[in-house]
Design a protein around this ligand. Structure first.
Ligand code: DAH
Length: 336
């Protein structure tokens, strides 16, 4: 073994400096550390060689070796800190989520055209002092027809193209064909005076075309109070017409027939250009209906009205085909 000279000590340091510089990962640095400081390193060999040296030289050489070892260790730990920091930065960069991009891509949801129309109608009636009522979409024959003064086998039942549900006695359960059964449920469960509107889905056996769907929406109105007259009904329809359609629109009632109202009428809305839009049915609640729902017709009178929501949505948004509202093509729906 050659004794460690000053130059060979310097060489060890230079070698370490170079090894440290070329290590670009923590693994490479650790391998280089083994070479420079491990059991088989030049440093350890030089330390062993000290034993063969003359005592007077040994001290100085030993000191030089210690200093070199310290310098080399510092070189490694400085580089290690540097590489660890770089690795951390790189890891953070790789794990980073670009949240700005996500926000830009996502769009806020919005309400369907029919829901928007329904809510607008609700707002108008709530503004007039009405409460919102709800009833089930799967209904009993009694609420859909019986309580509304459609006697069994009455031809008026045939106008409704009813979809029956295979549940209980045959023809006892159905998908409600109008929102009028909510009238009966409200009168049965609430004491008058009553001022409610009931929006919701209705169902009839119908072939889908531009203006009809087997699933559609209606809004029902019901008032039960003392001294209620046809004049109140006409005034209410008129107030609604100008609130929803705006100034320049007026309404009229035309005699008609519904089993649950007497007298019954259809109501139309006149556009500023003079043309008429048929909107829905209305009338004074039939005394039989009041009685069937536990209200004394000698004390209380009421009026009711009902009309389709879907057609209003078509008119309001200038949509030509009802089926487009159901295809759920976002490119179509997001225009409204
Ligand atoms: N339920 C009727 C229908 O769907 C519409 C209707 C007519 C509702 C007269 C009423 C009313 O409340 O009084 O054809």
């Amino acid at each position: 073994m050659t004794e460690p000279s000053v130059s060979s000590v310097d060489e060890l340091v230079a070698q370490a400096r170079q090894q440290v510089a070329v290590a670009i990962t923590l693994e490479e640095l650790s391998a280089a550390r083994t070479v420079m400081l491990g059991k088989r390193s030049g440093l350890v060999a030089a330390r062993k060689a000290l034993a063969q040296m003359a005592p007077q030289d040994r001290r100085q050489a030993g000191q030089a070796l210690n200093e070199a070892k310290q310098v080399i260790e510092e070189l490694f730990s400085a580089r290690e800190a540097e590489l660890a920091a770089a690795a951390r930065t790189q890891k953070l960069a790789a794990e980073r989520l670009d949240l700005t991009e996500v926000t830009q891509q996502s769009k806020h949801g919005y309400l369907h055209v029919i829901t928007q129309t329904q809510q607008e109608l609700e707002d108008i009636f709530v503004g007039m002092g009405y409460k919102i009522a709800e009833g089930p979409e799967i209904e009993s024959e009694w609420y859909n027809f019986g309580a509304l003064n459609f006697p069994e086998g009455h031809p008026a039942r045939d106008m409704y193209d009813t979809l029956y549900v295979d549940y209980g006695e045959p023809a006892s359960t159905l998908l409600r064909t109008h929102t009028s059964p909510v009238q009966a449920r409200v009168m049965e469960s609430q004491a008058p005076p009553i001022y409610v509107v009931a929006p919701g889905r209705c169902f009839r056996q119908d072939t889908a075309d531009a203006t009809h769907m087997p699933v559609f929406h209606q809004i029902e109105g019901l008032v039960v109070d003392k001294g209620t007259s046809m004049g109140h009904l006409a005034g209410t329809i008129e107030a609604f017409t100008s609130a929803y359609f705006g100034p320049g629109f007026t309404s009229r009632l035309r005699p008609s027939y519904f089993p649950f109202t007497e007298p019954s009428a259809e109501f139309d809305v006149q556009r500023p250009d003079g043309t008429w839009l048929e909107l829905g049915g209305c009338g004074m609640v039939h005394p039989n209906v009041l009685s069937a729902c536990g209200i004394n017709p000698e004390q209380w009178q009421g009026f009711a009205f009902g009309f389709g929501i879907d057609r209003l949505a078509l008119i309001r948004f200038g949509i030509g085909d009802l089926r487009d509202l159901w295809s759920n093509d976002v490119r179509f729906l997001e225009q409204f």
